[in-house]
Design a protein around this ligand. Structure first.
Ligand code: GLN
Length: 505
């Protein structure tokens, strides 16, 4: 495995490596990992046809090299031969899709999600499906039926969630890039915990067709990679209007993604730091220190930073959990033992069939959320909770949009703490929900945000071994390309994911 997409493409073009070798190396790492004392558990499965797809790509590459058409081949298929990690809630035709839940055990996706179809069209190879919190509900990947995904930096720590499998796979160099999904931070949070980049695009930029719904008005596919460029290339292949998703939209300036340039115009960049986030209880001192260093970097480049007051942000977690859980209760009603997946039928009639199927099929966190969601939507409470949650969301959208009339960027930590020990928050759902303190306003406001690897916790911190810390650059709707350019400038100054694996050998 090479470190970046560009390096890998160069090696494939020259014949220094083959797609088959790349897939083979992932299979070997996966198999060895499964036998290790503390398995990472990033992939649940390497797809059985990955090698076959790689061989086809190799044949195409070899033919083009012989004909002298390799450059034009890569123009039309920029990801040819590159394996990527998929998440277990994104449909890849003919492959299992379980959302890491018992209720979908054995379910096979009958079609490709649009994001998968577009990656395959660009030549990429779906390598396998990665672990996640059941139905993407969680912040640590511990709420998976298949056990937690460990953090590659320290295997006694969580990988973050819910896209912890994809993040760990990329961080451990088992895949070049990975797909995750976000409802309230599930790409950015594990990116931060695993020390890589993770982008949550503007709502609509990536089609949701074929992605299992959690909270549809918040759900979005996101990308994980070692560099902003590694996110930009797949993003350019996947983005844009899709007939099957009415909320999909084209990404402005997407033609700049293939050759991402580092942002230069820092002297005209105005950055807002919400006071509510800086003063939040529970913000770890080490995270605060990394945040200060990040601010100092922006200032050294010539940007202006101002503290802003946005009191409504204090209600973002409450608003998020009310809306997300209401939508989840409604979306998950389709898993009834009739239409999808596993059925438990004790021959006691339909009502009992639904009850038994859902009682057996869903894990405790999913049940907790369905119960809260239905409670919130019930007639006597919806006025005080659901409608209130919605009006707070509208205020967040309005005030964030107004802020972007004067500022280019909102800067804040990705999470209040770095990764924590496995089991530490498992039995304390409220503590787990608070991990999302800085991420959910982005989904509520439908804006784009990237988590960049910005530093580590200190050696002196007794609560944690030295773990990565991510900082978010959030921008206005459809400013995704600009965010990636700013992140690319960060990357060029910091080589943020550490020493590239090749140089490390
Ligand atoms: N941690 C949040 C939740 O559990 C976000 C999950 C997500 O983004 N899928 O709802």
């Amino acid at each position: 495995m090479y470190y970046t997409i560009k390096e890998t493409v160069a090696a494939l073009k020259s014949g220094e490596t083959t797609s088959e070798k790349l897939v083979q190396s992932s299979i070997e790492t996966f198999t060895a990992d499964q036998k290790s004392e503390k398995p990472l558990n990033a992939f649940l499965e390497i797809y059985g046809d990955a090698i076959e797809c790689a061989k086809k790509a190799d044949a195409e590459i070899a033919e083009a090299r012989a004909n002298g058409t390799i450059e034009s081949l890569y123009k039309s298929k920029p990801l040819l031969g590159l394996p990527f990690a998929n998440k277990d809630n994104i449909s890849s035709k003919g492959h299992k899709l379980t959302c890491s839940s018992k209720i979908l055990e054995g379910y096979v996706a009958p079609y490709n999600a649009t994001v998968i179809a577009r990656l395959v069209e660009a030549g990429a190879i779906p390598l396998g499906r990665c672990n996640q919190d059941e139905f993407a509900m969680g912040s640590s990947t511990e709420y998976s039926t298949y056990g937690a995904t460990r953090n590659p930096i320290n295997r006694d720590y969580v990988s973050g969630g819910s896209s912890g499998g994809s993040a760990a796979a990329v961080s451990a160099n088992q895949a070049l890039f990975g797909l995750g999904t976000e409802t309230g931070g599930s790409v950015r949070l594990p990116a931060s915990y695993c020390g890589i980049y993770g982008l949550k695009p503007t709502y609509g930029v990536l089609s949701r067709w074929g992605v299992v719904a959690y909270g549809s008005s918040l759900d979005q596919v996101g990308v994980l990679g070692h560099t902003p460029q590694d996110i930009a290339i797949p993003l350019s292949a996947m983005s844009g209007v899709d007939f099957y998703d009415d909320t999909s939209a084209d990404l402005p300036r997407s033609e700049n993604l293939a050759e991402l340039s580092a942002y230069k115009d820092f002297s005209s960049l105005k950055i807002a730091v919400p006071k509510q986030f800086e003063e939040a209880k529970g913000l770890d001192q080490d995270v605060k220190k990394v945040f200060e260093d990040t601010k100092a970097w922006f200032v050294s480049k010539g940007a202006k930073i101002e503290t802003v007051d946005l009191p409504v942000l204090e209600a973002s977690i409450a608003s998020y959990y009310v809306i997300a859980l209401s939508e989840a209760a409604s979306n998950l009603s389709r898993f009834d033992g009739i239409r999808y997946g596993n059925r438990v039928d004790n021959q006691k009639g339909y009502d009992q069939l639904y009850i038994d199927t859902r009682s057996k099929g869903f894990g405790p966190e999913v049940k907790r959320r369905i119960i809260i969601g239905n409670y919130v939507l019930s007639e006597q409470f919806s006025g005080t909770t659901y409608k209130k949650g919605m009006s707070i969301r509208a205020r967040i959208q309005r005030e964030v949009a107004a802020l972007f009339e004067s500022y280019d960027l909102i800067l804040c930590p990705t999470c209040p703490t770095a990764s924590f020990r496995l089991g530490e928050k498992y039995d304390d759902p409220l503590a787990m929900y608070l991990s999302d303190l800085y991420t959910v306003f982005v989904n509520l406001a439908r804006i784009p945000s990237i988590s960049v690897p910005a530093g580590f916790t200190s050696k002196e911190n007794k609560a944690s071994s030295q773990m990565p810390v991510g900082i978010q650059f959030a921008g206005k709707m459809f400013d995704d390309v600009k965010l990636l350019e700013i992140a690319q400038a960060w990357e060029e100054d910091h080589k943020a994911c550490g020493i590239p694996v090749k140089e490390n050998k």
